[in-house]
Design a protein around this ligand. Structure first.
Ligand code: PGA
Length: 261
């Protein structure tokens, strides 16, 4: 069962995950982080950046793999996930740019971009800790409903709801790309620790389906139920539809401190 942690707010969630990442890097200097974009993981990156400013440590060997990328945005576009990861993660944390991988959404090399990415992940030894958000459709990465639990990095068509949700980052809804290249659910499931964060009432239904619903490709988030080490970090509104919430709180309250998340 996934471990469910209900935090007071986004900031507390960010601090909890950031402290886990710090401990990971202390134990393994070339830790491989799975990096998510979107609004949800920002408190994690902000908390980690703050912690590194306060108490510096060597992060020069840390490696990072983004979950996904839009297809067809010009290089350097302000909303390409390469740009976003550089702005929100690499610079604030002081990571080494050459150690950061983002799927290649250039239309000229799409045919082999997925397999190239899988090879790079394998060569790095796989992801130690994968940060995840979840879409209102239940998507992980850009694996929309129907995505195979065995899927690997490949090109997908974005669901209309996901394009609408991401329109806030673009000048017009029509500017949101139609296609993306995303790690598959099979790729994500290979990471050794999944940390799924969700904040706000608009995520409550997707979280309920992911944590307590049937395991089904119609709810990509439910793939977490097939993984042996998952932490789900939620604020109260995102946790509101969970039926066994009291039990999750009981488990967390009685957890031995040494276990971490
Ligand atoms: P958000 O996106 O963090 O911006 O809500 C999450 C997702 O689409 O996976």
């Amino acid at each position: 069962m996934a471990e469910i942690v209900v935090v007071e707010n986004k900031r507390a969630g960010g601090e909890l995950v950031a402290s886990t990442i710090r401990r990971l890097i202390e134990a393994k200097a070339d830790t491989v982080l799975g990096l998510a974009t979107g609004s949800t993981p920002l408190p994690v990156y902000a908390a980690l950046a703050q912690s590194l400013r306060k108490d510096p440590m060597d992060v020069s060997r840390v490696r990072g793999f983004a979950l996904d990328e839009y297809v067809g945005l010009p290089a350097g576009h302000s909303e390409s996930y390469r740009t976003v990861i550089t702005r929100d993660v690499v610079r604030p944390l002081g990571l080494t740019p050459a150690n950061i991988y983002v799927p290649n959404g250039d239309t000229t090399s799409l045919e082999h971009a997925g397999s190239d990415y899988e090879r790079a992940l394998e060569a790095a030894g796989g992801v130690d800790l994968q940060i995840l958000g979840i879409g209102r459709t239940g998507h992980l990465g850009f694996n929309e409903p129907g995505s195979s639990f065995a899927s690997l990095t490949r090109v997908k068509t974005l669901a209309p709801k996901s394009r609408a949700d991401n329109a806030r980052f673009f000048a017009s809804p029509d500017d949101v790309p139609m296609h993306c290249i995303t790690q598959g659910l099979g790729t994500i499931r290979r990471a050794r620790h999944l940390v799924l964060l969700a904040f706000g009432a608009e995520k409550a239904a997707a979280i309920h389906a992911a944590v307590e619903g049937p395991v089904t490709a119609s709810q990509p988030g439910s793939a977490i139920q097939l993984h042996e080490h998952v932490t789900v970090v939620l604020d109260e509104p995102a946790a509101a539809e969970l039926s066994n919430l009291d039990y999750y709180r009981y488990i967390w309250a009685n957890k031995p401190v040494w276990q971490g998340i």
